[in-house]
Design a protein around this ligand. Structure first.
Ligand SMILES: Cc1cc2nc3c(=O)[nH]c(=O)nc-3n(C[C@H](O)[C@H](O)[C@H](O)COP(=O)(O)O)c2cc1C
Length: 263
């Protein structure tokens, strides 16, 4: 009987030690992997921004070359969306999703066509330099509802802040083969060269069901079988180009895009 008790106690001690060792291993890997996770997240962000900037070829596929291209060509900046002025921030740590949930750091749009409920008061944007060191592109983050959920992406505009360079979605839950075709290179290519605003400065970009006319500088074909996601893209872009998004910043910098002299 007493030997039974002893063996039970030993089993308990053994289980306890195994649990302790496992817990130590799990917390050690969680802590030690954190910097790697952060680096990978940043690398992913850099890759998408370089794609939106039209610099994927120059960036290559390796982490070192992607980060080097980002450092060489991209100037991260922050914009106060309520004033359109540059402000300060750290793009490596800034979390737009958390700011957008915080009533003190965000605003409820008057005309919430993007379906986002709240919009963070500031935005991390990315100025893009060419090989001569002149700013020739700006990459602006966008967020808005698709059919199933919020979709996150970037738009790249030339320095006139009107001509489209790219529309790149990187985080979405649309159906593969339908709404997720926003990531199809053929559809993405349709955006290049389109004009976001008309000559009076009104947002004019639109999605055309059945196909835009070849000479329509503001029209992009809707995705076939995914009109609802396409509408989501149109509403998202129109929202972000309006005064509730980057409109004030764009009005201030149209034709004279500078870095504002801030780091
Ligand atoms: C299972 C399922 C998934 C769908 N996913 C999408 C989607 O991701 N995006 C979308 O716009 N439409 C999606 N649709 C289709 C829409 O319900 C709708 O029919 C379509 O957007 C209309 O586009 P069309 O006018 O080009 O046919 C889905 C339909 C089904 C049955």
């Amino acid at each position: 009987m007493s030997s039974n008790k002893e063996s039970f106690a030993r089993t308990l001690i053994f289980v306890f030690i195994v649990c302790l060792v496992c817990a130590a291993l799990v917390s050690f890997s969680a802590v030690s992997l954190k910097p790697l996770q952060k680096a990978n997240k940043l690398l992913d962000q850099h890759t998408k921004i370089l794609e939106a900037a039209g610099l994927s070829d120059k960036a290559g596929k390796k982490a070192a070359s992607i980060n080097a291209a980002f450092d060489k060509y991209i100037v991260p900046k922050f914009v106060d969306l309520n004033t359109g002025e540059y402000t300060t921030g750290d793009h490596e740590t800034y979390d737009e999703r958390s700011d957008a949930r915080n009533p003190e750091k965000s605003t409820k749009p008057k005309n919430d066509i993007a379906g986002i409920n709240r919009r963070a008061d500031k935005a991390a944007i990315y100025l893009v330099k060419n090989d001569e060191g002149q700013i020739d592109t700006v990459v602006l983050p966008i967020v808005g509802m698709g059919l199933w959920d919020i979709m996150y992406g970037y738009i790249g505009l030339e320095a006139d802040l009107n001509t489209v360079k790219s529309v790149v979605y990187y985080d979405l839950k649309e159906t593969p083969g339908l709404g997720a075709e926003v990531q199809n290179p053929k559809w993405k290519a349709l955006w290049k060269g389109k004009k976001m605003y008309d000559e009076q400065g009104n947002v004019a970009i639109k999605i055309v069901k059945g196909g835009a006319k070849p000479d329509d500088v503001h029209g992009v074909d809707a995705l076939s079988g995914a009109t609802l996601t396409s509408r989501g893209v149109e509403h998202t872009i129109r929202f972000w180009l309006s005064d509730e998004g980057y409109g004030r910043f764009i009005a201030k910098h149209r034709g004279k895009l500078t870095d504002g002299g801030l780091d």
